[in-house]
Design a protein around this ligand. Structure first.
Ligand code: SF4
Ligand code: SF4
Length: 161
């Protein structure tokens, strides 16, 4: 229960996802569960795909017809609440924020965790995107098995880093 331990239920997680057919193209998944006064996801999106109603506390809404999956909102969200996901055959391609040094490297296998912090599988880093514009948040492209579409959330920081 998110109110008790901060971990969203399966139903709550899946309510943030569009139908799987939409995910044949890369799309942002916004898991902003709390009503908080925040809007960088909306103001940073170059395609006006994220809408926050007049009451800034209301959770952001996304227009999947406009979202290109560019990932700009991923590194602009201070709550690390956004990922980009795309289904590709038996895999899911994800873009996730990563804020530790050193950054992962292309080809690296990393432990993938769910929202409880449990390791659920391994994923392969396919690209690491860092620019000055990212304000030191790396956009890590990660490939995981399709069965982890809803459960995969982030990667474990390696010991010794
Ligand atoms: S992924 Fe890109 S296009 Fe989609 S909502 Fe985020 S910033 Fe906008
Ligand atoms: S920037 Fe992140 S935390 Fe803030 S409203 Fe958008 S999704 Fe929620």
């Amino acid at each position: 229960m998110i109110e008790k331990n901060g971990v969203p239920s399966k139903e709550l997680i899946e309510s943030c996802f569009p139908d799987q057919i939409v995910l044949e193209k890369p799309k942002a998944i916004i898991e902003c569960y709390k009503e908080i006064p925040c809007n960088p996801c909306s103001t940073s999106c170059p395609f006006d795909a994220i809408f926050i109603p007049e009451d800034i506390n209301v959770r952001p809404l996304i227009d999947y017809d406009k979202c290109t999956g560019c990932g700009i909102c991923v590194y602009n969200c201070p709550g690390l609440a956004i990922t980009v996901r795309m289904l590709k055959g038996d895999k899911v391609e994800m873009k996730i924020p990563y804020e530790f040094l050193p950054y992962p490297e292309k080809g690296e296998k990393m432990n993938v965790m769910n929202r409880s912090g449990d390791i659920i599988t391994q994923g392969e880093v396919t690209k690491v995107h860092i620019t000055e514009r990212h304000n030191k948040t790396a956009l890590v492209h990660l490939e995981v098995e399709r069965e982890f579409l809803y459960d995969a959330m982030t990667v474990e920081v390696k010991h010794g880093r």
